[in-house]
Ligand binder design. Structure first.
Ligand code: PMP
Length: 404
């Protein structure tokens, strides 16, 4: 791969909440917001604000158009066939719970199996456990990882049976940065008649997703990791699946007709959006997708690959640092220092203005597999540059000096 000039591709100047001298390396938790997203939110509340879908006045009609334009924008971003396949949700967590509680409850029966992987985020484990408990007699299988921290699809192929009704896997690991071959995972799931849900939280801001090319059944992501606002995300599902799924939350907006005798539902996606939605969040997400696509995901990915390579090179030169995950990780580097708790690493780095995440990263089964309680994690975004990597390496050298 050609070397890129990080100073050229870094878009730090677009991000007002990253002051000079502060090194934000926690983008996998949540991304900072570019000014264009902040402006879109400001305009929506400060100028254009009104409710959607119900108002007969001009302002509300305009807001409805803008809200539905955001849905179109998400659909185009994922290369969905139709905006009707996009449900706005609070984030990936809510999207996965929605699928579990609607499609899952309607579909799974005792004796069925679900395949997850060892590296899943808790939000792609716990909703399936809750579903399995609710149905009773549903088993969860765990696909192992390769030595360098990828989901082992050869093992998945050997494990899958016709009893499997669902496979749910992370497109990019939030701890290891490893990238799933989502097309192959989909082929494997479909070969036994299972549906597949891909957790795209870390993938959409780093490599993007084309749901038609992948061929998956469900795809979920959170807006706040894509440089957009918190409280908004999307569930994409194949139209025929969504059309057949029962609603989960009842209330306004999701109905066709309500009487005390009987209520009928609105078509998808409205059927899954009970109550007044996160109108401004959707508009902010629209601005975030515009921002990301204006830069281009290939540029963002190349930028992050270069940052990961630089970080891994710098850290591997320091004695006692143990690196996790593959060399070609997408934007994320987890590590540990022998004899030092990651929380201490995080605290000492913070004193030097370097913000990393330390902990189990909502992936305790992965920590068990790695046989450690926690890792330190540096994760990158389009605003990072070589100075951030240098500050990280300098901070880690200080940690190793302090702890001898
Ligand atoms: N899956 C992955 C891979 C994640 O990184 C995250 C957030 N850390 C989630 C799911 C959950 O996202 P949210 O908290 O925004 O719902």
């Amino acid at each position: 791969m050609a070397t890129i000039d990080l100073a050229q591709t870094s878009r730090r100047a677009d991000f007002p909440a990253i002051p000079e001298g502060w090194h934000y390396l926690d983008t996998a938790a949540t991304a900072q917001k570019p000014q264009v997203v902040i402006d879109a939110i400001d305009r929506a509340y400060g100028h254009d604000y009104a409710t959607v879908h119900r108002g007969v006045y001009r302002r509300s009609a305009d807001m409805t158009i803008a809200y539905e334009a955001a849905r179109q924008r998400v659909a185009a971003f994922l290369n969905a066939r139709s905006a009707d396949e996009v449900v706005f949700v609070r984030g990936a967590t809510e999207a996965i719970n929605l699928v579990a509680q609607t499609w899952g409850v309607a579909t799974l029966r005792p004796g069925d199996r679900i395949l997850l992987s060892q590296l899943e985020h808790h939000s792609n484990i716990v909703p399936w456990q809750m579903l399995a408990d609710r149905i009773g007699g549903v088993a969860i299988d765990v696909c192992p990882l390769t030595g360098d921290g990828r989901i082992d699809l050869d093992a998945a192929e050997a494990m899958l049976t016709e009893a499997h009704k669902l496979v749910a896997l992370a497109h990019v690991s939030n701890v290891l940065g490893s990238v799933l071959d989502a097309r192959r995972a989909t082929r494997l799931a479909h070969a036994v008649g299972a549906k597949i849900l891909i957790d795209g939280c870390q993938a959409v801001p780093r490599i993007g997703a084309d749901v038609q090319d992948i061929g998956c059944d469900f795809y979920v992501f959170s807006g706040h990791k894509l440089y957009g606002p918190t409280g908004i995300g999307a569930l994409w599902a194949k139209g025929e699946l969504l059309d057949a799924m029962p609603p989960w939350q009842g209330g306004g907006s999701m109905i066709d007709r309500v009487t005390f005798a009987k209520t009928s539902w609105a078509p998808a996606p409205q059927r899954f959006e009970a109550g007044t939605p996160n109108i401004v969040g959707a508009l902010g997400l629209h601005a975030a997708i515009d921002y990301v696509e204006e830069i281009g995901l290939p540029v963002i990915h190349a930028h992050e690959v270069a940052l990961v390579r630089a970080a891994r090179a710098a850290l591997s030169g320091i004695n006692s640092v143990r690196l996790f995950g593959p060399e070609d990780a997408a934007g994320i580097v987890s590590f540990a220092i022998e004899g030092v708790h990651p929380h201490d690493i995080g605290t000492i780095l913070d004193e030097a203005g370097v913000a990393i995440r330390a902990g189990h990263h909502c992936a305790q089964p992965l920590m068990d597999h790695l046989d450690i309680p926690a890792t330190a994690r540096a994760s990158f975004g389009i605003y990072n540059d070589a100075a951030d990597v240098a500050a990280l390496a300098k901070g880690i050298e200080r940690v190793t000096r302090i702890f001898g």
